[in-house]
Design a protein around this ligand. Structure first.
Ligand code: MN
Length: 228
């Protein structure tokens, strides 16, 4: 087969301790998955029905790379989140088999143009421009399940220029990893290469050009970058 234009490249992330890279197909995100964050956003804490949105796969920014401050916003917010990478997919995946799909774990930022999100919420418009912009998904290297297991409790944190901005334990997630995979697979057929951003704890705030960010999932993954 010959393409009429050069085929787009496959976005990917490094795999810790390995020369091979993890190719990314889709990026799914869950909103309002920590009660304290839902409260700070003035949203209700919904425990029966998760809320999902997506980012494009090429929104990924690798660990150590500069993160471009996006256009059309005066209020770029950080949201530190645990990332789950899938090696297997399917539809209607039962909770008890969901973790069998996981390739590994990382930590990332669900960057958000908060001013555009507020405007979209007010008008009942979709969130794509607020969430799915270029370079909106900085992500660490991925750590294989064989190396880190399936973490159920770990400290998730974000420092900006050495100041602690966000801190929580992933055990506080309203929907855990198995529940997120189960719920997503009722709405979409999941596939190898899918990344899941699992929601942010309280403490979201603005980033400025020149800020140095360090995101940590203790004992598992680390991400560094600079807003430029
Ligand atoms: Mn988020």
């Amino acid at each position: 087969m010959t393409f009429a234009i050069a085929a787009p490249f496959v976005p990917s992330l490094p795999v810790a301790g390995d020369d091979m890279r993890f190719p990314i197909r889709r990026i799914y995100c869950i909103g309002r998955n920590y009660a304290e964050h839902a409260k700070e956003m003035g949203a209700s804490v919904e425990r029966s029905q998760p809320m999902f949105f997506m980012k494009p796969a090429d929104a990924i920014v690798a660990d150590g790379a500069d993160i471009a401050y996006p256009p059309a916003t005066a209020d770029l917010h950080h949201e530190v989140e645990m990332i789950v990478a899938l090696a297997r997919g399917g539809h209607d995946i039962p909770r008890e088999h969901a973790l069998d799909c996981v390739f590994g774990y990382g930590v990332g930022l669900d960057l958000t143009r908060r001013d555009l999100q507020a405007a979209a919420k007010a008008k009942g418009h979709p969130w794509d421009a607020a969430k799915g912009f270029d370079a909106s998904a900085p992500a660490s290297a991925l750590h294989r399940v064989a190396d880190v297991g399936h973490p159920r409790s770990a400290r998730l944190s974000l420092e900006v220029d050495g100041e602690l901005r966000q801190q929580a334990d992933i055990a506080d997630m309203i929907f855990d990893v198995a529940a997120i995979i189960h719920e997503l697979s009722r709405l979409w057929t999941l596939a190898p290469g899918d990344l899941l951003y699992t929601g942010t704890p309280a403490g979201v705030a603005a980033l400025r050009r020149g800020d140095r960010v360090v995101a940590m999932l203790d004992g598992i993954a680390r991400l560094e970058g600079r807003i430029v």
